[in-house]
Design a protein around this ligand. Sequence first.
Ligand code: TA6
Length: 317
Amino acid sequence: MGHSAAVWDYRAAIEVTRDWNGIVQVVLRSPQGASARVSLHGGQVMSWKNNQGEELLFTSSKAIFKPPKSMRGGIPICFPQFGNLASLEQHGFARNKIWAVDENPPPLHPNDSDGKSFIDLILRPSAEDLKCWPHSFEFRLRISLTTDGSLLLISRIRNVDGKPFSFSFAYHTYLSVSDISEVRIEGLETLDYLDNLCQRELCTEQGDALTFESEVDRAYLCCTNAIAVIDHGKKRTFVIQKEGLPDVVVWNPWDRKSKSMLDFGDEEYKQMLCVDGAAVEKPVLLRPGEEWTARLELSVVPSSFCSDNLDMQKTCF
Ligand code: TA6
């Protein structure tokens, strides 16, 4: 369990519980009252609340909390593939496995620990996993809550096999919004994207902020390392900052697809938007011994914030 000596007793900031399936959940708390709940099922963030106890992530009222299926909501980890492009299950197996607490993780930068309550998890392939994806890996995931209530996810995936392997990846992030008609995304303007509703056809985003009037399922390519999801209805903006993740997947199922999902309410598309830090266009290649790191920081600021405040460096060259 992660903690660091400080005025705020991080040991008290971490609570271990079990869900109704007996699976361990860890609750991280910040000094001002924010919290994050993580399940060892899938290494999935189930909840992220601000200092006022407001839930910031979407969870379907029809979510199925029974392994191996991942809960519809929170932040499922999509690895070793995003999508259903190969023999693996949709979005890979990592989100359907029971992870373990990593008692002795290789050190991260002191900034990744100082002033944060965090938990370190690890996933290694089972014999069953190796049958369907014959590559030995260690996937270390650190989930942190900063003193100001931001949520930080750091994935470190190491090839511990004797041969190279490639994978795709996404932090499949279900944001809770007031109403999808009140939401716009800034920071994706003019970028190319693969349209999953048109056989991954390559398209180009127009010049204005992205708004929503129908189903959207797109992978934006070579994105800036920060984008803003502005929710006019709640007068708040999600700021998504990422490193090592060149792409951003944006998904809203809208009405027809919502009705086709058993673990999703017919009208729930109005209250959610998936904006995923991802590496999906170009698979990540790891040679034996190499490690890949992907960081995602989610924070919430008052809605006066806009993309002018974003650091708009591109993540692809
Ligand atoms: O976000 C893109 C996407 O691949 C959509 O096509 C949709 O399938 C969504 O992920 C949810 O996937 P899931 O396997 O969690 O139902």
